[in-house]
Design a protein around this ligand. Structure first.
Ligand code: URA
Length: 232
C-alpha cells in the first residue's frame, strides 16, 4: 500500500493531509524519513508520525496469562498451543510475540500485527522482560554479581547483557533481561551454578501482566499499552 493511503487509514488524516505530513518530513518508515507519498510500505515496517508509531485499524493485540504445559505456537501436531486458548475468530488470525518455554507461565503477547511483534522481539530494540524465578538454591552474592555483569553461556559467542536482579525472598528473584536467547534465564542461572525450578514472566517493557487474569485467560491491550511497547 502507498504511504499516503496507509497513513490515512491509520490516523484521522485525510489522504491530502497525509501527503502534506509526509512532504513535511513528519513520517518515518522503518526508522528512515520518507518524503514520497507514493512510496510502498513494506509488510513488516514500523511507520511513525511525529515519532509516534501508527498501526492499521483491525489489528488485534492481547495479553495472555500462559499456563504451564501449553506451547507458544499457533499449531502443533501433538501439544496444545496458546492459540487453542482463544476463540476461533482470533485463533486463526493471531500469533504469539516471541516464545515462553512449555513449563514457563505468565505474560505472553499475541497479535495479528507482524510489524509490531517484530519490533518487540527484534534483538536491536532490547525491550526489557522481567521474570520471577524460583531457584533451587539461594542466590549467592557472587552469582548475583555475575548475572549483573553478564555471563558466558555455553555455545554462545557473546556474554549476556547485564541483567537486573531484585531479591524477592531467599530463593525467589526478579530477573530483568534485555535479550531473548534460547532458554536464556534457565541457562544464565545454570551458568552461575544454580537451577531454575519455576519461571513466570510478569513484565515486558512497562507492561505488567494483569493480575486479574487467571492462567489461560486473556484481555485486549489498550491503545496506550500497544503504543507503550513500540512508540518510544
Ligand atoms: N528464559 C527461559 O529460560 N525460558 C523462558 O521461557 C523464557 C526465558
Amino acid at each position: 500500500m502507498r504511504l499516503d493511503a496507509y497513513l490515512s487509514r491509520c490516523t484521522p488524516l485525510s489522504r491530502k493531509e497525509a501527503r502534506r505530513a509526509i512532504m513535511a518530513g513528519r513520517v518515518e518508515v522503518a526508522g528512515e524519513p520518507v518524503k514520497k507519498a507514493a512510496e510502498p510500505v513494506p509488510q513488516e515496517a514500523q511507520v511513525t508520525l511525529d515519532g509516534q508509531a501508527v498501526t492499521l485499524p483491525g489489528h488485534v493485540y492481547l495479553m495472555l496469562n500462559k499456563p504451564a504445559g501449553i506451547l507458544s505456537a499457533t499449531t502443533d501436531a501433538v501439544q496444545p498451543v496458546v492459540n487453542d486458548l482463544l476463540p476461533d475468530d482470533l485463533a486463526t488470525r493471531l500469533h504469539p510475540v516471541g516464545r515462553l518455554d512449555l513449563d514457563t507461565t505468565g505474560l505472553l503477547l499475541m497479535t495479528s500485527d507482524g510489524a509490531w511483534s517484530h519490533r518487540i522481539t527484534s534483538p536491536r530494540h532490547h525491550i526489557p522482560k522481567t521474570y520471577r524465578v524460583t531457584l533451587a538454591e539461594p542466590l549467592s552474592a557472587d552469582a548475583r554479581q555475575q548475572l549483573e555483569k553478564g555471563v558466558h553461556l555455553r555455545n554462545d559467542d557473546q556474554s549476556t547483557r547485564p541483567a537486573l536482579v531484585e531479591l524477592v525472598s531467599e530463593r525467589i528473584i526478579d530477573l530483568t533481561i534485555t535479550e531473548g536467547r534460547y532458554h536464556q534465564v534457565k541457562r544464565m542461572l545454570a551458568a552461575v551454578g544454580n537451577h531454575v525450578e519455576a519461571l513466570h514472566r510478569h513484565r515486558i517493557g512497562t507492561l505488567e501482566l494483569d493480575v486479574t487474569l487467571a492462567a489461560g485467560d486473556f484481555r485486549h491491550l489498550t491503545e496506550a499499552e500497544i503504543q507503550s511497547l513500540t512508540g518510544g
